[in-house]
Design a binder for this molecule. Structure first.
Ligand SMILES: N[C@@H](CCC(=O)N[C@@H](CS)C(=O)NCC(=O)O)C(=O)O
Length: 243
C-alpha cells in the first residue's frame, strides 16, 4: 500500500473526524500539518477548495471529512464506520450531516470568538508540529489572519451568541436521543457517534484529540465548557471506549 497523507490542522475538529477514523481503522498514515493562512498554497494545488482535511492516497485526492470517511470505508472494509444496512447507513449519514452543520460550525464560531483574543494560545495551536517557520509567520501575521478569519467565518459577538443557542439545541437533541439509545444510529458505534463526539471535543478537550491543550484555559471558554458539561459527558465516554 502506498503511503497515505492527511493534510490537516491539529486544531481542526473536522480533521479530528478523519484522524479518529484512520486510527480506528488501524490505517497507517502520515500527517502534514499546514499553517492556517498559508495552507491554501497546498490545498488549492491539491483540491477544489481551500479547506482541510485533504487525504491523498494512491494518487487519489479526497477533500472533506465526510467524503474521506466514505472513501476509507469503501477502500478498507475492516472496522466499518458506515453501517452495512442501507437504512441505518442513511440514518448515520443524516446524523453526520446534521452534526457537521449544527455542531461543527457553531462550536468553531463560539470557540474562535474567544480564542482569537488569546494569540499566545492560538499561535501555539496553529503552529503545533508544523513547519519551522510557522511561529514566526504567525507572530507577524496574526492580526491580519484574525481579521480574515472573523470575516470569512462571520465570527463576532452577535453571531457567537446565536451559535451558542444553536449549539445548545443540537446538544439537547443528542442528549435526549442518548437517554433512550446507546448510539446515535442502530446498536453499534458508527460515523454518526464519531462525528458528533469529534466535533464537540473542543468543548470537552479529551487527551486523544491530537492537540496539546494548554494548562490554562481562558475563563470564557471554561464557562462554555461548564454550560454544556452535563449534557456532553457522553463525549468523553465515547472517546474512552472508541478513540
Ligand atoms: N465540511 C468540511 C469543513 C472543513 C472546514 O471547514 N475546514 C476548515 C478547518 S476546521 C478549513 O480548512 N478552513 C480554512 C479554509 O477553508 O481555507 C469538512 O467536513 O471537511
Amino acid at each position: 500500500m502506498l503511503m497515505m497523507t492527511l493534510y490537516q490542522f491539529p486544531i481542526s475538529h473536522f480533521c479530528e473526524k478523519v484522524r479518529w477514523a484512520l486510527d480506528y481503522k488501524h490505517i497507517d498514515y502520515q500527517k502534514k500539518n499546514l499553517i492556517p493562512g498559508l495552507h491554501t498554497m497546498k490545498t488549492k494545488k491539491l483540491a477544489a477548495r481551500s479547506s482541510v482535511p485533504v487525504l491523498v492516497h494512491d494518487e487519489k485526492v479526497i477533500q472533506g471529512s465526510s467524503s474521506i470517511l466514505t472513501y476509507l470505508d469503501e477502500t478498507f472494509a475492516e472496522r466499518r464506520l458506515s453501517p452495512e444496512n442501507a437504512s441505518l447507513k442513511e440514518d448515520a449519514l443524516e446524523w453526520e450531516k446534521y452534526v457537521d452543520k449544527e455542531i461543527g460550525i457553531h462550536v468553531r464560531r463560539c470557540c474562535y470568538h474567544i480564542l482569537l483574543e488569546h494569540p499566545d494560545i492560538v499561535i501555539r495551536f496553529f503552529a503545533q508540529d508544523g513547519p519551522w517557520y510557522g511561529k514566526i509567520f504567525l507572530s507577524f501575521m496574526f492580526p491580519k489572519l484574525r481579521t480574515k478569519m472573523r470575516d470569512l467565518m462571520t465570527i463576532n459577538a452577535e453571531s457567537a451568541q446565536i451559535s451558542r443557542e444553536r449549539l445548545g439545541a443540537a446538544i439537547d437533541r443528542i442528549h435526549a436521543h442518548l437517554q433512550k439509545h446507546k448510539f446515535l444510529t442502530g446498536d453499534q458505534f458508527s460515523r454518526a457517534d464519531l462525528a458528533a463526539a469529534a466535533l464537540l471535543a473542543p468543548l470537552c478537550r479529551p487527551e486523544k484529540y491530537g492537540l496539546h491543550w494548554p494548562d490554562h484555559i481562558p475563563a470564557q471558554l471554561q464557562e462554555l465548557t461548564d454550560e454544556f458539561r452535563e449534557k456532553t459527558k457522553w463525549v468523553l465516554d465515547v472517546y474512552d471506549k472508541f478513540r
